[in-house]
Design a protein around this ligand. Structure first.
Ligand code: PLP
Length: 451
């Protein structure tokens, strides 16, 4: 592609497009990156640079780019029935077949799915659903949902409120009433002198304290990602989830495991809840459900919750594109491929152990204070002093490192000074070598600038 085409698209972007999560001041100062094609785990930009996509788009392209079967599934469905809605007791084959396919892989006792268009809509749905649930049970005061600081549950007003991103709350007067937050289990950043295990218990106990502070009779649910993704791949200490489970068992509240990132194989299990042995009542899903080829989300709901919802009659909730037939056909094909090619098992037994052992080698690097990961998720903490975990002074080095990554043909995301990866689940061991090699190169370049 010629430079003039790149300039043309950049000008269109600058003059007409308001992109998500983008610094609009910087947008006008420098040219937008234009991505034009993709295959497998690679992207190409408009200038012909080949880039290893270690983020699988936005944590979603689990099958990798260019799977013709998904294209064909969409085309077939568009010809057969491109659209029909599911309102007022209507169904179509792709939506109901998909609901069954999800029930088959979901944790035991979770056999129903409410479809949405995205992960954010899934979280809007859970907020309305849990409040409706308690109202049906004769406890309408149970409305409060407890989330976690630095958790991410989407960008709609409900998603942003359930999430704990303070910068998002500041824009638009969040969180909405009835949402409370507790601390995240981020040992490296916030654990101080405590051991990870001690810290995990301490942070889990905040859930109980919050339930008691608000009053059990007012708390509807606790929402959490099994592993916080957008917050910086925060992997809880081993003591955290068992303690949270104990607390949840003591109180009559629902548990929402946001599986938008962890779902569909990311941890080497179908769901993050399987990885940690969690027993959620509701699971928001999206992203890997269609490998990102087409927008779709949903909420997987436990049978007991469905029984109560049934007693409540009509649930006044739904989206024009709930269970969209084309998206459902793509999701069905996506799940078929994940199952038939045993991709989740391959992550668990081969690529995740390989990535994690290579990832640990990066701990030798002078900039890296911690290298952590689960499945095909990874994070590196960049620090000035490895022993004291001292960070670089503002503005830090994460963005610098991210720029070096782009220059070296690698997409890696920076959350402050935490560098994170989440590559397509189909990445090979050879490509993992390439990824780790590139990361090392970028860390060296960053260290040269920073140390
Ligand atoms: N929940 C989690 C855990 C996410 O990571 C995201 C998106 O990154 C969402 C919800 C929101 O999903 P969407 O962007 O599809 O609305």
């Amino acid at each position: 592609m010629s430079d003039s085409q790149t300039l043309h698209w950049q000008a269109l972007s600058r003059d007409h497009h308001l992109p998500p999560f983008t610094d609009y001041k910087a947008l006008n100062a420098k040219g937008t990156r234009i991505i034009t094609k993709a295959s497998g785990v690679y992207l190409w930009d408009s200038e012909g640079h080949k880039i290893l996509d270690a983020m699988a788009g936005l944590w979603c392209v689990n099958l990798g780019y260019g799977r013709e079967e998904l294209v064909e599934a969409a085309t077939r469905q568009m010809r057969e029935l491109p659209y029909y809605n599911l309102f007022f007791q209507t169904a179509h084959p792709p939506a109901v077949a998909l609901a069954k396919a999800i029930a088959d892989i979901a944790p035991a006792g979770m056999n129903h799915v409410f479809f949405t268009g995205s992960g954010s809509e899934a979280n809007d749905t859970v907020l309305r659903m849990v409040r409706h649930y308690w109202a049906i049970k004769g406890q309408p005061a149970k409305k409060v949902v407890i989330g976690r600081w630095n958790g991410y549950h989407g960008s709609t007003i409900a998603g942003a409120s359930l999430g704990g991103m303070k910068a998002m709350h500041e824009q638009g007067d969040g969180p909405i009433p009835g949402i409370e937050h507790i601390d995240q289990p981020y040992w490296f950043g916030e654990g101080g002198d405590m051991s990870p295990e001690e810290f995990g218990v301490r942070i889990a106990d905040q859930l109980e304290q919050k339930i008691l502070e608000v009053g059990e009779d007012k708390v509807a649910a606790f929402i959490a990602e099994p592993i916080q993704g957008a917050g910086g791949v925060i992997i809880p200490p081993e003591s955290y989830w068992p303690r949270v489970k104990e607390i949840l068992a003591r109180y009559d509240i629902l548990f929402i495991a946001d599986e938008v990132i962890c779902g569909f194989g990311r941890t080497g299990e179908w769901f993050g809840s399987d990885y940690y042995g969690l027993e959620p009542d509701l699971m928001p899903i999206a992203k890997g459900l269609t490998s990102g080829y087409i927008p779709m989300g949903g909420v997987v709901v436990r049978d007991e919750v469905v029984h109560t919802l049934n007693e409540g009659g009509e649930f006044y909730h739904g989206f024009t594109y709930s269970g969209h037939p084309v998206a459902a056909a793509v999701a069905l094909e996506n799940i078929r491929i994940l199952r038939e090619e045993k991709i989740v098992e391959r992550v668990k037994t081969k690529t995740a152990p390989y990535l994690q052992s290579r990832w640990q080698e990066l701990l030798e690097h002078p900039l890296v204070g911690e290298a952590r990961g689960v499945g095909l998720l990874g994070a590196l903490e960049l620090v000035k002093n490895k022993k004291t975990r001292e960070r670089f002074a503002d503005p830090g080095v994460g963005m610098l490192c991210r720029e070096h990554c782009f220059r070296n043909g690698l997409v890696m995301r920076a959350v402050g000074d935490t560098m994170i990866i989440s590559p397509p689940l189909v990445i090979s061991e050879e490509q993992i070598d390439e990824l780790v090699g590139k990361v090392r190169l970028c860390l060296d370049a960053t260290a040269k600038d920073a140390l």
